[in-house]
Design a protein. Structure first.
Ligand code: AMP
Length: 277
């Protein structure tokens, strides 16, 4: 496995890889969720490229950029064990050299949910992913359903900007008690870690109600909100029951829909979602 920092070396090494090339972009501090993306890419592609870049442009001024967890040596050994051919670990200066002033923005899809709570977040995501796509030029790129809106926004950007890349969205990998794996789970103390299962419990309760015939989106949102509110260490930021494609809030669940939420557990902000219908 080759580890590369500069764009020039990345392009040179990439040119030597056999196609199709699969690409897994990450912010590092890897867990089994990330590795599931690498394994899927390994199974489907002749070569696999991963990136590790904690992208300053997608963090708000009061978010956790400075304390975002990092462990490059461990990440590299996990990627090597999973069969990655090339890892790109650009620095912020490589990605955003002096004078940088070009941004990629997806409009409507970024307005609700995470976009409403984190102004500028998706502009940072789409800009860096467009740059990564241009540099790595993969045939396929792998994203997690854990970040459902991000996957939808990337799919939209890929179509709108004509990137010749297939976007593959992989299922959310969970801990045994249902908590979605996340690099941010490391912020949780033992009590908070237990309380953090509340997201999975709330989503499960709403899904069960839907399976029993409940179609009123307000009722599903209320079931989720009440489950979260009953957990003393949790503070609800939003719950949503939205159309899977447009991410617009629903009145009635008729087809494929996204149940999603953002919840503070202590000071840690967690997101999770289920697809229903
Ligand atoms: P991140 O390092 O958090 O930017 O995540 C990199 C990629 O891994 C994104 O496409 C995420 O959606 C995906 N990912 C993160 N957590 C999980 C998980 N628990 N299961 C599946 N994919 C995940």
């Amino acid at each position: 496995m080759q580890t590369i920092i500069t764009l020039e070396e990345l392009r040179a090494a990439r040119a030597l890889l056999p196609g199709p090339a699969g690409f897994v972009p990450t912010m590092g501090y890897l867990h089994a969720g990330h590795i599931s993306l690498v394994e899927r890419a390994r199974a489907e592609c002749a070569s696999v490229v991963a990136s590790i870049f904690v992208n300053p442009a997608q963090f708000g001024p009061n978010e956790d950029l400075a304390k975002y967890p990092r462990d490059l040596p461990r990440d590299l050994s996990l990627l090597e064990a999973a069969g990655v051919d090339l890892v790109w670990t650009p620095t912020p200066e490589v990605m955003y050299p002096p004078g940088f002033q070009t941004w990629v923005t997806v409009e409507g899809l970024t307005a609700p949910l995470e976009g409403a709570q984190r102004p500028g977040h998706f502009r940072g995501v789409t800009t860096v992913v467009a740059k990564l796509f241009n540099a790595v030029a993969p045939q396929k790129a792998y994203f997690g359903q854990k970040d459902a809106q991000q996957a939808a926004v990337i799919r939209r950007m890929t179509r709108d900007l004509d990137f010749p890349i297939e976007i593959v969205v992989c299922p959310t990998v969970r801990e045994a008690d249902g908590l979605a794996m996340s690099s941010r789970n490391t912020y949780l103390n033992p009590q908070e870690r237990k309380a953090a299962t509340v997201l999975f419990r709330a989503l499960s309760a709403a899904k069960a109600a839907h399976e029993q015939g409940e179609r009123e989106a307000d009722v599903l949102r209320r079931i989720m909100a009440e489950t979260i509110t009953a957990e003393p260490l949790a503070r609800l930021q939003y719950v949503s029951c939205a159309d899977y494609d447009t991410l617009e809030e629903l009145e009635t669940v008729t087809g494929k829909s996204l149940l999603s939420m953002a919840v503070f557990v202590g000071k840690t902000r967690l997101i999770d979602n289920f697809v229903i219908g």
